[in-house]
Design a protein around this ligand. Structure first.
Ligand code: IPM
Ligand code: MG
Length: 406
């Protein structure tokens, strides 16, 4: 029995260290400044992070499209691109760090970041089992809101998920405690300011976009302390938004209701703790056409990062097929970036051009292989479409035609 005493003491000591880090984080949250106002900024630095595998190939195409759309303001010096190369799995493995220090310094010089996929090592593969670069970046730059829109117009589905991105099971996800060989403990963390800001962001979004309902998803009937806190906070904040209805669901039944055709079109904005958000957004994206079709914003008050949520497809690179990789998901993320920094007209044009090129007109087909178009041919096609002064009319015409085909 005395054995256990020692184990408990050791675990307590580690637990104390974890709590200290988390409490310091909360202190910082409480002093945090408000969102950056991009309209009042003379210079906006866009970081371009290729990442791994097909990442650098598709990211380069997205950068070309951004350069095309922002040409005027690039020439004026208002928009500056900063290419950051060091976030590869080789360099992360060499430094044994999810984000090497010099790379983090470079990231902090940007306002917004466009990021290609990065390999997440796991036990047993050829890389050291370091923390995911995604998770590390969300924490290091405090990107607390993971905003994932999912729309399926033909089924009347228009959802926006606000997934808390820095807390819950992820906050100390790589630093759990092996108390002894028989028992491991992980922690889930919910804080007052952390819950406040994500829930508020969801309600503000609903208000701004004219949505009428915010759905809070937890498992507060069982995980009473942390999820309970999240739900309580939501009820409190909902009172400040009398025009928006709030309802709450548990994660298990929510995964079921998302595939219930009668119920699902009623959901609009959803706000949820980290891990539930991770799971539910994959489910939702699959309905939209696959996880590769969803874009994702990792938003903070100071920095924001935009990414394609598919993987780095190392096999495509090994087989020499990287140039055939489909860049449309990261280009869609680039569109969300444009919208975020105040170029909403350019974002709308890009959205229309993407729909024309990928759905309505589809002069090129990307298959991921030699028989399909390359990513660079696709981005050329997209920019040609964007150059059309009658893009808006063309879009409506092709959309109507495609309806007739159905
Ligand atoms: C996501 C991914 C990440 C997560 C992985 C790559 C660590 O699944 O962005 O949803 O779990 O958050
Ligand atoms: Mg996920």
């Amino acid at each position: 029995m005395s054995d256990h005493k020692k184990e408990i003491e050791q675990a307590k000591e580690k637990f104390g260290e974890l709590l200290e880090v988390q409490l310091n984080r909360v202190d910082q949250l409480n002093e945090e400044a408000d969102f950056v106002d991009f309209n009042n900024k003379d210079e906006i630095v866009i970081g371009i992070v290729g990442g791994d595998g097909i990442g650098p190939y598709i990211t380069k195409e997205a950068q070309k499209v951004l350069e095309f759309l922002l040409k005027e303001d690039i020439d004026k010096g208002r928009i500056v691109f900063k290419e950051i190369d060091g976030l590869t799995i080789e360099n992360r493995a060499k430094n044994k760090k999810a984000i090497p220090d010099d790379v983090l310094e470079e990231l902090k010089q940007c306002d917004v970041i466009l990021k290609g996929p990065t390999t997440t090592p796991r036990e047993g593969d050829k890389w050291p089992n370091i923390e995911s670069a995604n998770v590390a970046m969300r924490k290091a730059l405090d990107l607390f809101a993971n905003v994932r829109p999912v729309t399926i117009p033909e089924e009347n589905i228009d959802w926006t998920f606000f997934r808390e991105n820095t807390e819950g099971g992820y906050a100390v996800g790589s630093n759990g405690i092996n108390v002894n060989d028989d028992m491991a403990v992980d922690f889930t963390i919910t804080t007052e300011p952390g819950s406040d800001r994500i829930i508020r962001a969801a309600f503000d979004h609903a208000k701004k976009t004219g949505k009428k309902k915010v759905t809070v998803v937890t498992k507060a009937n069982v995980i009473k302390t942390t999820d309970g806190k999240f739900l309580e906070k939501a009820k409190e904040i909902a009172k400040e938004y009398p025009d928006i209805e709030m309802d709450d669901w548990y994660i298990d039944i929510m995964t079921a209701k998302l595939i219930d055709p009668k119920r699902r079109e009623q959901f609009q904005v959803m706000v949820l703790p980290n891990l539930y958000g991770d799971i539910l957004t994959d489910e939702a994206a699959e309905m939209q056409g696959g996880v590769g079709t969803a874009g994702s914003i990792n938003m903070g008050k100071r920095y924001s990062m935009f990414e394609a949520i598919h993987g780095s497809a190392p096999r495509m690179v090994e087989e020499g097929r990287a140039k055939y990789a489909d860049p449309s998901s990261i280009i869609r993320a680039a569109g969300m970036l444009l919208d975020h920094i105040g170029y909403s007209n350019e974002a709308k044009r890009l959205q229309k051009a993407l729909e024309i090129c990928s759905n309505y007109e589809k002069k090129l087909e990307i298959t991921g292989r030699k028989d399909g178009a390359t990513g660079s041919e696709f981005s050329e096609y997209l920019m040609e479409t964007l150059s059309d002064p009658d893009l808006d009319e063309e879009y409506l015409r092709l959309k109507a035609l495609s309806r007739l085909d159905d």
